[in-house]
Design a protein around this ligand. Structure first.
Ligand code: SF4
Length: 493
């Protein structure tokens, strides 16, 4: 396995190498959980960032990467950019340690040295692309060392399509481990656990105020909110698994949902977003938990009028396209649509699962095209086609939108920086979008003012005049390309 192989090394080659190196079971599991889409390589950041982030956000958990130095550099940089403030462990390798199996021994030594029970509950070790393709067998590591759990996962870019799904790889592995522990005997008591409390376990990384808002919404039904998945502390995993019902608010957590089901917990999809979404979600929770009609009515009477008022206070009159890779794109589109927006297109890099069916059906009934596993090209084509008043999307899409004079917002920042659910979500999300869509005319003026600046010939820094091609350069290139095309034609391709 070449050290140079990576994101651009060819998925088929890397996958074949991983299978030949004994990782067939891992690759089958990843393919089953995270079906692939139109693009065959990650179009956003390295997927492993999702797993790394989940590990770094957990208390008393050490996270170690095994992969090429350039991948580890990028992942570490991104982690600290997002304020990890935690050490990212790294087991380096070279061709020799990779080929001779010494890398596995180095990993085992690193894990053993790190597994200090006074500091950690768990040590996570993540195989990136090259060690996965080379078959470094993390499953042969001890399951625990000195009472510290060892969680080894393979998160290759050629097997996990998005960083969102990579969060599920680690969250699912931890839930499986914790479920095994709970089934085997008594486990540590979760903090703030109250005996006899019936709870709803929310699945997905949410804005911190959202679980509190959902908790208030559920209170008239005699329900509380369990610690979220991905968890922030090991013992929270037990409390989550002990829920009455799991709510797949982010619908792509396939491995985690499997663990909740294996623990005998029902699972509901969608989320309490907007007026209709909240009403339908509360109905689904009530059905799954056997809540009485009186309790359900009380919950609705508390939540729904406030949501209606918040939506009415920030009406949106604009055409908006939504694209992202967080997994909450359909929920955001529902909220915007309820606030009055026309949403002709929603693209999500995540796959279609049954947990977003209700949202998809609701949106499609209102004329929205829902694209799962959307590629950047599809998102851009939709934006050009429908010419929205506002595009919510990924960084490259926002850049393109701005070039075209279309107001645009970066989806991740917008969603992760404000609540989405209940009245708080309706007020803040609809409010910011309503403010942005009023700026379209300003954008058009900016585009005409800056016309040509920063575009090919005008790009760059430090030139006084327009750059001039080296004499004859373009003509030479044209001839080289023509000769190449002719040569290919003559041998046939
Ligand atoms: S680990 Fe990430 S950055 Fe490295 S080659 Fe794989 S997908 Fe690319």
């Amino acid at each position: 396995m070449s050290e140079a192989a990576g994101c651009h090394g060819g998925r088929e080659t890397l996958e074949a190498a991983a299978r030949a190196a004994g990782k067939s079971l891992v690759m089958d599991e990843l393919t089953k959980n995270y079906p692939r889409g139109p693009h065959d390589q990650p179009q956003s950041m390295c997927p492993a960032f999702g797993s790394l982030r989940v590990g770094l956000r957990m208390r008393r958990t050490a996270t170690i990467l095994s992969g090429s130095a350039c991948c580890v550099y990028g992942l570490t940089f991104t982690s600290h950019f997002y304020g990890a403030r935690r050490t990212v462990g790294y087991v380096p390798f070279n061709s020799e340690t990779l080929v001779t199996g010494k890398l596995f021994e180095d990993i085992r030594d690193a894990v053993t040295e790190t597994a200090r029970p006074e500091d950690y509950d768990a040590v996570v070790i993540i195989n990136l692309c090259v060690p996965t393709a080379s078959g470094v067998p993390l499953d042969l590591l001890p399951k625990q060392i000195n009472g510290v759990r060892i969680i080894g996962i393979d998160v290759p870019g050629f097997g996990v399509p998005t960083h969102a799904e990579a969060k599920d790889v680690l969250a699912g592995a931890m839930l499986r481990y914790a479920r095994g522990e709970a089934e085997a005997g008594p486990v540590a008591r979760p903090r703030q656990m109250i005996d006899g409390e019936r709870s709803v376990a929310l699945i997905g990384e949410l804005f911190p105020a959202d679980p509190m808002g959902v908790g208030a919404m559920l209170q008239p039904m005699g329900l509380t909110v369990a610690p979220q998945t991905p968890a922030r502390e090991w013992r929270d995993l037990y409390a989550a698994l002990d829920c009455e019902v799991a709510a797949a608010v982010h619908p792509f957590y396939t491995a985690s949902i499997r663990e909740f089901r294996a623990a005998g917990r029902p699972v509901v999809g969608s989320g309490p977003v907007g007026h209709d979404g909240t009403a339908a979600w509360l109905d689904a929770i009530a059905r799954a938990t056997g809540t009485t009609a009186v309790q359900l009515d009380a919950a609705k009477a508390r939540a729904l009028p406030a949501i209606k008022a918040a939506l009415a206070a920030a009406p949106i009159s604009a055409r908006i396209t939504v694209s992202g890779y967080e997994g909450s794109e359909l929920l955001v589109a529902r909220l915007l649509s309820e606030a009055g927006a026309e949403v002709p297109y929603v693209g999500t890099a995540c796959p279609r699962t049954e947990w977003s069916d209700a949202d998809r059906e609701w949106l499609e009934a209102r004329g929205t095209h829902v694209q799962y596993r959307a590629s950047l090209e599809q998102d851009m084509a939709a934006m050009r086609e429908v010419k929205p008043d506002l595009a919510l999307g990924t960084t490259p899409l926002v850049q393109k939108a701005k070039e075209l004079g279309i107001p645009a917002l970066y989806f991740t920042n917008m969603v992760s920086a404000r609540p989405l659910f209940g009245a708080a979500g309706a007020g803040s999300m609809a409010g910011i979008v309503a403010a942005q869509t009023r700026g379209r005319e300003r954008f058009s003026r900016m585009v005409s003012f800056f016309e040509g600046v920063g575009t090919p010939d005008g790009a760059g820094y430090g030139f006084r005049d327009k750059p001039v091609d080296p004499p004859g350069f373009r003509e030479r290139q044209r001839k080289i390309q023509a000769a190449k095309a002719k040569a290919e034609e003559s041998v046939g391709t």
